[in-house]
Write a protein that binds this ligand. Sequence first.
Ligand code: GTQ
Length: 352
Amino acid sequence: MAEVTHSTPPHADEVSSFLAGLAQFHLGPLWQVLGQQLTPTPTSRVRPHLWRWREIRPRLLRAGELVSAAAAERRVLMLLNPGLEGQVATTHTLYSGIQLILPGEVARTHRHTPNALRFIMEGQGAYTVVDGEKIPMAPGDFVLTPNWTWHDHGNEGTEPVMWLDGLDMPLVRLLEGMFFEPYAQETQPLTKPTDASTAEYGKGGLLPTWQRSTSPHSPLLKYAWREAREALMSLGTNAASPFDGTMLEYVNPVTGGPALPTMASFLQRLTPGQRTAPHRHSSSTVYLVVEGHGCTTIDGKAYEWTPGDVLAVPTWCVHAHANLSTHQDAILFSFTDAPVMRALNLYREEAL
Ligand code: GTQ
């Protein structure tokens, strides 16, 4: 072996020609990128962003005039993060979009490995079918389409129905775990009673003794609005979190864990004039404004919101909420990738 000596410092052009010769062997010097890779805290290209309902809604209805559900498979306007140009992503892990289904339409049956959740925003008469169970959906309902379940949607009512979709699609793509399959027919047979999962698992802590779901997702597929809102409102506000106000998680009734293995979902209340304390955490969040008028400050910039607006909060950004009304509660729905971060021991939270 040749002797390695540092007695004479190498010439700069010797070093640069050495470095230039590495690429052809698919080698690279770690010492040039160490600081960019091992950053003290997360660095995200994701930008905080607010999508306004008054800008989304008319365009979604216009899409309804121009594109049929049959042609689109899913008629959705995606909420694309301005920091992630070219990617189908609302944050680095989470995708969100607003879906429209018109009276009489069917969105054909398919299944995929990304988990999906829905929060109904407007319109009566729509339903989704998940693995043979028909689930009627009304505004405020929170509905799950877990990983690899067959699902189709329909609208049997007389008005357009719109909802927020949340999927872990960017995460699944990053992990290269994407599988998709269309069903052979447009719709699937109804093999279970309507709202079967509500009958079995939706009765507040009373669970069937002869079966206990062991699936990694919640066996309860719908969390109805009336009960969710009532649960939120019946809580006192005194002991609420300084960071989140009064907040409930939509949990798996068997485990108490998140409704989906990759996404946790929440409903929170901010009382009139309430301001939460700033904090940050290593999970990204998509918020949907359900009721009220307020403002979220993210890394020093204020985003003022009203119902139907959607807000993306990137990971590790300092954020705080304010209810700007003096007389009306604000209610926010949100979902995060926190379960993934916790499972991998990457979750951190910091008060400021
Ligand atoms: O409703 O099945 O927003 O498959 C994106 C992908 C909705 C759905 C989306 C989907 C769906």
